[in-house]
Design a protein around this ligand. Structure first.
Ligand SMILES: *Cc1c(COP(=O)(O)O)cnc(C)c1O
Length: 374
């Protein structure tokens, strides 16, 4: 075999649906010396990460920590721990990730009941209320706060409140929401949520922050059957992450250096402040709208429900979707996302997540598209 040489990635501007641009400061943090996962210095870092995640999620939940795997594993952690065989789960579907939730419910042996809304529209709280009223046996309500496949924000506060009124545990996907728009786990009474590091936290992919309320923890400890996933069983994960356990024990080897990066990204969010971060995402979204509007391009989602961090832009008539995306990547080192499902070929998904939400990026994207299309 020929000698294979080191990989040197190109410098891309990441304006797709994630990952987002990782600041050098976070890359530097991840390059610090690896230490043991039970080293007292590392345990101290873990405690700080838990505190910082509580700040980002706006929660006092004791069960708040990163899962050592990407957002999809965070999703799976919520479902495998909180859904037992036979449990009825109401899943709201208005894009790709709602469908994945149904997949998870089925694989847990749960019974998924769905409320469906058109792609590009938010979850309709009225339909959710009707479904909850129609079946008092529903135990869990699950929805996606920020649907990355459609660029839509649903009303997480209203949905969670309906779930609680009807005695449900509430699971919310905040993968694309966290750090980009307001997420209030405690105020909205969300029982379980999972997020991602590579979206609005601008961190390395591969880790998923999760949080569980006391009510969710109670359900977890009163399960009739053990969680079918050994790796994601929060009862076991807690033996490693719980700071009230005098002796932390080995469960799996934490992704040490990825957690240095997460720690740094959360410090950066704390330095900027949540409100300031949300305002920056909104300001860059407005600027992108103005720039692309000037090129005659339209946004798919109604302004009221638009996610600032993920913009669905209608591809102008006669423009070749894939050719433009390829040209952006090859000539401008700029990545944007393709449409998914029924929106494939009709829209581009332009991400302004975390460190990608800068004036420089917006200008680069608008001027590159102007050059290519005009
Ligand atoms: C990206 C994303 C996920 C999955 O996260 P991965 O890190 O890719 O596994 C789940 N839900 C939503 C809304 C997402 O945007």
């Amino acid at each position: 075999m020929e000698q294979i040489t080191s990989f040197n990635p190109p410098h891309r501007i990441l304006m797709g649906p994630g990952p987002s641009d990782v600041p050098q400061r976070i890359l530097d943090a991840s390059a610090r010396p690896t230490i043991g996962h039970l080293d007292p210095e590392f345990i101290h870092l873990m405690d700080e990460i838990k505190q910082l995640l509580g700040f980002a999620f706006r929660t006092e939940n004791r069960l708040t920590m990163p899962i050592s795997a990407p957002g999809s594993a965070g999703m799976e952690a919520c479902f495998v721990n909180l859904v037992e065989p036979g449990d009825k789960v109401l899943v709201c579907i208005n894009g790709v990730f709602g469908n994945r939730m149904v997949e998870n419910v089925n694989r847990c042996g749960g019974v998924a009941i769905t409320v469906d809304d058109e792609w590009g529209k938010p979850v309709d709280p009225q339909k959710v209320e009707d479904a909850l009223k129609a079946d008092p046996e529903i135990k869990v309500l699950a929805f996606v706060h920020a649907e990355t496949s459609t660029g839509v924000r649903s009303d997480a506060a209203a949905l969670a409140s309906l779930g609680k009124e009807h005695g449900c545990l509430v699971i919310a996907d905040t993968v694309t929401a966290l750090g980009g728009i307001d997420v209030r786990i405690d105020d909205w009474r969300i029982d379980a949520s999972y997020a991602g590091t590579q979206k609005c936290l601008s961190c390395l992919p591969g880790v998923s922050p999760v949080t569980f309320s006391d009510e969710a923890a109670a359900k977890l400890s009163n399960r009739k059957q053990p969680v079918q996933s050994w790796f994601l069983d929060m009862n076991l994960v807690m033996a490693y992450w719980d700071d009230t356990t005098a002796q932390r024990s080995y469960h799996h080897t934490a992704p040490i250096n990825a957690l240095y990066a997460l720690h740094e990204s959360l410090i950066m969010l704390q330095e900027e402040g949540l409100e300031a971060a949300f305002a920056r995402h909104k300001a860059m979204h407005d600027k992108l709208k103005e720039g692309l509007g000037g090129l005659g391009m339209e946004f798919l989602v109604e302004p009221e429900y638009q996610l600032p961090q993920l913009n669905l832009v209608c591809i102008p008539d006669g423009v070749d979707d894939a050719a433009v995306r390829n040209q952006l990547l090859e000539e401008y080192d700029l990545e944007i996302g393709a449409g998914l499902g029924g929106l494939a070929g009709k829209v581009w998904r332009i991400g302004l997540m975390g460190n990608s939400a800068t004036e420089k990026n917006v200008n680069a994207c608008v001027s590159a598209l102007a050059n290519i299309i005009e």
